[in-house]
Design a protein around this ligand. Structure first.
Ligand code: NAD
Length: 508
């Protein structure tokens, strides 16, 4: 998306601002990127790409705001988060329209994604309960012991294009309610939702500087990773970048969690309710044009279910309606950029070249009136082998691959051989099969007859293996742990002046 200079066609377009110190901020960097409208293929607005000076301005703002914010009582912080939730509710549809415009997902899907983000804000508004420490009276003579949950400091969030509101909301309400200040670097492909949320936080009463937004690409990210004024980094994006963020931020002494990419399998057993499974898989594979980290992108068809399953998937995939994101009633919008479209088409070509059977071909889809939009039609491959590129790699588009396997054991082995471990789902009527699957599968989020098992806000979200680098998942109690440091205090208040001992004390 980024372009080093502004061609004449972009003259007069609005520029998405940074948000520093509670107001829009003028960038130091002169580099600009293009925010596209994927439905039309046109440039919608410009985005400044931050340099180290811009990142430093955001860090200074967050550092200055930190002492007063961390000293604010958890209840007062939570009340601001509650007010933010009310403002998100009031602005829900407008935020979704902004996301549909810049991302390309259909409007109702964007509405749903904002809702899932709001649920994390709801969770965070009850966080004072989770910020309580523990207390043990009289662990020794006149000695009590207790623990405190204190904020980490200045935290940064680096987020992907596919959920411009929801993924930042996995992080920022939890970080803020814990008493941290925050710098968000959203995806430069769809940056407007982040700034709109910053405005709403200010309207909710958040003090200036507590939440800041800078835009940019690798240059901005590297400035964040190296800045000594940033204490913790949360990242969500592709696996190679997640690995880089994890290694670089940790080497710079920061606390870090880095969620990566995915290849999520649906396992369909011969005893599954087939129409139900097909319906669920179609939504999970092609919803949001497959640009979800929890999308089902591979199916393991067990035993003799394969022929009927593929036939029904193909019929449903062919019937899906594709069009501009704001058109009522359509199933699927465009993918995010022209470059991403080309990458997806390259994977489809690789699948054909490696011998997979192309059952539904979405490569030549053209939407009348939107010929320049970045559309790829639903695509389905059958007879895919585990070693094929289209099975091993994350395509992140509307491409579903079916691998035929003999037994549940084979299916579990297929899932566990993947280097990713984000989500998976089993379709069956057997409790015994479901129980084995839940216990043996090496994946962070598991669904049984649920195609996209995204945990509720009060559980933690995160994958295993190369889908997450770091110890703690996002939101839920793990999110609170990530954004707090534990301090253990042992204190003595005594009236006995002889109580000090030269020897190691034996408590109790
Ligand atoms: P991406 O990795 O290209 O970008 C993510 C963020 O990193 C963006 O803010 C981007 O500006 C920055 N970035 C990109 N390249 C960089 C580089 N070389 N060095 C430093 N920073 C860089 O990901 P994306 O294309 O925006 O999003 C799609 C990916 O995110 C998919 O792989 C998807 O599976 C993953 N994702 C994962 C989860 C999860 O929970 N595990 C959730 C959503 C998306």
């Amino acid at each position: 998306m980024s372009a080093p200079t502004e061609p004449a066609a972009t003259a007069g377009l609005a520029t998405v601002p940074f948000w520093i110190g509670g107001r829009p901020a003028t960038p130091h960097s002169r580099r600009r990127g293009h925010v596209m409208n994927p439905s039309t293929g046109a440039v919608a607005r410009l985005v400044p790409l931050a340099d180290a000076v811009d990142v430093d301005a955001a860090v200074r703002s967050a550092r200055e705001a930190l002492p007063a914010w961390r000293a604010t009582s958890p209840l007062r912080r939570a009340r601001i988060i509650t007010r933010f939730r009310e403002l998100l509710d009031a602005n829900h549809k407008a935020l979704a329209a902004l996301i549909a415009e810049e991302h390309g997902k259909v409007w109702l899907d964007a509405v749903g994604s904002v809702q899932r983000g709001i649920e994390v804000v709801e969770f965070a508004s009850g966080a004072p309960h989770l910020l309580k420490g523990s207390f043990s009276e009289s662990v020794g003579r006149d000695v009590d012991a207790y623990s405190l949950q204190q904020p980490v400091g200045v935290c940064a969030g680096i987020t992907p294009f596919n959920f411009p509101a929801m993924v930042p909301l996995w992080m920022l309400p939890v970080a803020l309610v814990c008493g941290n200040t925050f710098i968000l670097k959203p995806s430069e492909k769809d940056p407007s939702a982040a700034v709109r949320m910053a405005e709403l936080l200010t309207e909710a009463g958040l003090p200036d500087g507590v939440f800041n937004v800078v835009h940019g690409d690798k240059e901005a990210v590297d400035a964040i990773l190296q800045h000594p004024g940033i204490d913790a980094v949360s990242f969500v994006g592709s696996t190679p970048v997640a690995q880089y963020i994890y290694a670089t931020a940790a080497a710079a002494g920061k606390r870090v969690q880095a969620l990566g990419g995915a290849k999520n399998h649906a396992v369909v057993m011969p005893d599954a309710d087939l129409p139900f499974a097909v319906d669920a898989i179609i939504g999970a594979a092609y919803g949001s044009a497959g640009e979800r980290c929890m999308a089902i992108s591979a199916v393991a068809a067990v035993g003799d279910v394969a022929d009927a399953l593929v036939a029904q998937l193909a019929a449903r995939a062919r019937a899906l309606t594709v069009g501009p994101s704001m058109t009522p009633g359509i199933d699927m919008g465009p993918v995010v950029t022209a470059e991403h479209r080309q990458k997806i088409l390259g994977y489809v070509d690789a699948g054909i070249a490696e011998g997979a059977e192309l059952v539904v071909d979405g490569r030549r889809l053209v939407i009348p009136g939107h010929e320049a939009g970045f559309f790829v039609g639903p695509t389905l491959f059958d007879r895919v082998t585990p070693a094929m590129t289209i099975h091993r790699e994350e395509i992140f588009g509307p491409v579903l691959v079916v691998v035929r396997v003999g037994t549940l054991d084979d299916a579990i082995a297929l899932v566990n051989d993947s280097r990713f471990g984000n989500g998976t789902a089993l379709f069956t009527r057997s409790g015994a099969a479901a129980r084995r699957f839940e216990q043996e599968v090496e994946v962070g989020m598991v669904g049984v007859n649920v195609p996209i098992p995204v945990p509720m806000a009060f559980y933690a979200f995160g994958g295993w293996k190369q889908s997450l680098f770091g110890d703690l998942h996002v939101h839920g109690v793990e999110g609170i742990k990530f954004y707090t440091r534990t301090k253990a205090v042992t204190r003595r208040w005594t009236g006995d002046p002889t109580a000090d001992s030269f020897l190691m004390p034996t408590l109790g």
